[in-house]
Design a protein around this ligand. Structure first.
Ligand SMILES: Cc1cc2nc3c(=O)[nH]c(=O)nc-3n(C[C@H](O)[C@H](O)[C@H](O)COP(=O)(O)OP(=O)(O)OC[C@H]3O[C@@H](n4cnc5c(N)ncnc54)[C@H](O)[C@@H]3O)c2cc1C
Length: 506
């Protein structure tokens, strides 16, 4: 006898997480399940989250989004990576660019040849072998041209900057057109099943109006408060503040200035860092900081003193705690988005974590049996990704040589998770990075941050010595020149947007 299928899916919350879940599920489930989003205008959304990583293209493709239309509707710009300023030492500047570094030869990775030639004083800075970085410096952008064979132009990797509230609005329109129902109202509490099948599962949420909304599967997208996963099911939270001490942010938009840069910038300050996210109509800025190290007033003054344009509002405070929910899926509640955990936006990973959770939910979509084995696998996957991204974010803080504040000294001297220490040791030894179990950030991302923050390996891969020195030098030079020529060929970022996806001005 087969287990009955679920029928009613209730998505609690209509921020980016809620509407991404609604858009994906309404696409995949094709009207065979009832999907309802419940959101409260009075409570609103967190209202930040403007920078993404390239995997979002896959999400947008699956839900059938046309790139140019989406860019127009969300005032979007393109993103080739993140420029980090003042992270290793004050005055340092490097980029974690998307896509490849150089061009691999047959035996070992490109970076190993570069390591060898650098020791011999015959290599240029690593960034000159990255099309993402060189194009960013020239404010150029174009999507990859697959007709260009193995040219670097055929492999350009990119993501987007967009207005998060417009993205949620866009996804809402799309979801409602696919049959998703929406209820506006404030949820006061949830009720749970007593005796019978699935005792303890949430069976309904109750609104301030008294309306009761029943469901079989609840997706908790209620943001930091974790209305169902925490307030109702008391799942518990694993706190990572001892590794990532920033606990507050101030966000403020400012007027645009030219040029329209195709990258996010992250500038480290005395006790945190500042993001700069260029959109078509404004620049999004925010200061992420540790309240144990600086006051709110100092944080606000630092933020406002480092804007490129005139502020368009007062800085808006946001408080957070870094860490993850002990279980992302418990009983019949799946937490997606901020309700499942939080990692600061240093590598723009939160929207990706939403996408990844929704994908996993589709892969492990339940029937009324709610298999414990499937749920455990979902939770294992979620934990793995959270922890690996956490390690990558910690890397930026830990690998610093700054001596200008206790914040940076404490970060440099803290002990880090074993999984990160292994990566650091491996790189320090022979410049190697091992990507475990399809973790989010590939070797090339780790290398750019480790090199950018001045971790120089003691040795390089012995097989990088197999090729003649002069030939290796010429090979590196060849790669560099090809990249420079490709960048010359690329259009200006603002011109590309003006031609293909300029937002309508109000
Ligand atoms: C400072 C900061 C910067 C960030 N920058 C980035 C970035 O650059 N890139 C990135 O990928 N991510 C970023 N993020 C994360 C990103 O903002 C979130 O992942 C994303 O917005 C999803 O939020 P959410 O939908 O989970 O929660 P929210 O936006 O908080 O939405 C919660 C929803 O639940 C509803 N709700 C809550 N309680 C109730 C109730 N009682 N009744 C009815 N409805 C209720 C609310 O009305 C709302 O609709 C950032 C986060 C912060 C804090």
């Amino acid at each position: 006898m087969s287990t009955p299928l679920i029928q009613d899916i209730v998505i609690v919350g209509g921020g980016t997480a809620g509407w991404m879940a609604a858009a994906a599920l309404s696409t995949v489930l094709r009207g065979r399940y009832r999907i309802r989003v419940v959101e409260s205008d009075e409570i609103g959304t967190v209202g930040v989250g403007e920078a993404t990583i390239p995997m979002i293209q896959r999400f947008n493709r699956v839900v059938g989004i046309d790139e140019n239309e989406f860019m127009r509707e969300t005032n979007g710009s393109f993103k080739l990576g993140i420029e980090f300023v003042n992270w290793g030492r004050v005055g340092d500047r490097y980029m974690h660019g998307f896509g490849k570094l150089g061009q691999d030869l047959w035996t070992v990775q490109f970076e190993q040849y570069w390591q060898r030639m650098r020791k011999l004083g015959r290599a240029q800075p690593l960034e000159q072998y990255s099309i993402a970085r060189m194009a960013s410096l020239a404010n150029k952008f174009m999507p990859p041209r697959t007709d260009l064979g193995n040219s670097p132009l055929s492999e350009i990797a990119y993501a987007y900057h967009f207005d998060a509230s417009l993205y949620a609005r866009y996804l809402r329109k799309l979801s409602e057109a696919r049959g998703v129902l929406r209820t506006e109202g404030k949820i006061t509490h949830a009720t749970r099943r007593g005796e019978g099948a699935n005792p303890g599962h949430v069976d309904a949420i109750v609104l301030e109006s008294g309306e009761r909304i029943a469901g079989d599967l609840f997706i908790d997208c209620s943001g930091f408060r974790g209305l169902l996963i925490e307030q109702t099911l008391q799942t518990g939270f694993e706190d990572w503040t001892h590794w990532l001490p920033c606990d507050r942010a101030l966000a403020v938009p400012c007027e645009s200035v030219a040029p329209l840069t195709p990258y996010t910038r992250s500038t480290a300050h005395r006790a945190g860092w500042q993001w700069r996210i260029p959109l078509q109509h404004r620049i999004g800025n925010g200061h992420v900081y540790s309240s144990a190290h600086i006051s709110d007033d100092e944080a606000a003054a630092t933020l406002l003193a480092n804007l490129d344009g005139k502020p368009l509002a007062d800085p808006r405070p946001i408080r957070f705690k870094t860490g993850m929910r002990k279980l992302a899926w418990k009983e019949n509640v799946v937490a997606v988005g901020l309700s499942s955990g939080f990692l600061e936006p240093l590598e723009s990973t939160s929207i990706h974590l939403i996408q990844s959770a929704v994908q996993q939910l589709i892969d492990f979509f339940p029937d009324r049996g709610f298999s414990a084995t499937d749920i455990a696998e979902f939770n294992r996957h979620s934990r793995f990704h959270y922890e690996r991204i956490r390690d990558f974010v910690i890397l930026h803080y830990h690998l610093n040589q700054r001596d200008d504040s206790t914040f940076w000294r404490d970060c440099a001297h803290m002990s880090v998770p074993d999984s990160l220490q292994e990566k650091l040791d491996l790189y320090r030894s022979h410049g190697r990075v091992v990507r475990r179990d399809n973790e989010l950030f590939a070797e090339v991302g780790w290398i750019q941050v480790m090199e950018g923050q001045n971790l120089v390996p003691q040795r390089h891969h012995p097989l990088a010595e197999l090729q003649d020195e002069q030939a290796t030098h010429e090979y590196l030079e060849g790669v560099r020149q090809v990249i420079a020529k490709c960048v010359d060929f690329m259009p200006d970022h603002a011109a590309y947007i003006a031609q293909h996806c300029a937002a309508k001005r109000m």
